[in-house]
Design a protein around this ligand. Sequence first.
Ligand code: BJW
Length: 228
Amino acid sequence: MSRAGSIVLLTGAGISAESGLATFRGAGGLWEGQRVEDVATPEAFRRDPARVHAFYNARRASLAQVQPNAAHLALARLERAWPGEVLLVTQNVDDLHDRAGSRNLLHMHGELLKVRCLRCEAVHPWTGPTSLDTVCPACGRPAGIRPHIVWFGEMPLEMARIEAALETCALFAAVGTSGNVYPAAGFVAGVRPGVPTVELNLEPSLVSSRFTDRRQGPASRLVPAWVD
Ligand code: BJW
């Protein structure tokens, strides 16, 4: 048992869909009403920070209304039960994996419930709606607080740790992600040849053909069945 190999799990917006959070692409997607480039880039924030703050404040309000679902809970159960390491890499900026009990967890695209100072780079828990007047608790300067979110063109977080885990893992699974956004979409290609890889998704993703096993359906059904 102690020689059990490590597992790397990658999750995307699809795992939180049944909790009530909109995905990014497709029918009912978060971006249907507005162009992603208008809110999720550093340029958009420089151009209209008030709009971007309002967008993220609204997302945080939605987060308070939802709960982890059976898929989040199953992945937390896997981490507790598996004798080797289970590293959960999520692209999601929600906190549903945290609330479900996953602990070896990396938020590669940041976290809605954190903010970062543009000047001193300190990361702080979000404590209430942010605006142009929000002051950094560390350096005390105003107008320099941004969401702790990885926007397009910015480097995702914890990449060295993720790449090292991919190079040594014995199993890679991706749940609820469309394969549109890199570098996460390329993770399946980063495992050693011969390592089993499984995609659990409502529909085939853009990178489905890269996986050795593909299962289709809602995450709340597929993930517990796969884990248990
Ligand atoms: C269900 C379900 C259910 C539904 N059950 N399943 C060309 C090639 C390679 C890379 C690039 C390129 N051109 C540009 C790039 C780079 C760019 C990129 O990938 N662009 C693409 C659009 C092409 N990437 C970046 O910029 C990244 N940084 C980077 O590359 O840095 C390197 C670098 C930096 C500087 C200099 C030089 C190099 C950063 C990417 C940041 C992504 N940010 C976002 C927004 C976060 C902000 C916010 O939340 O507001 O992150 S974009 C958005 O997409 C969000 C997500 O994490 C990400 C992935 O989306 P995800 O999770 O896959 O969701 P969906 O909606 O797409 O899919 C949901 C899936 O679930 C679907 O398949 C459904 O079927 C399924 N589903 N219900 C199971 N019930």
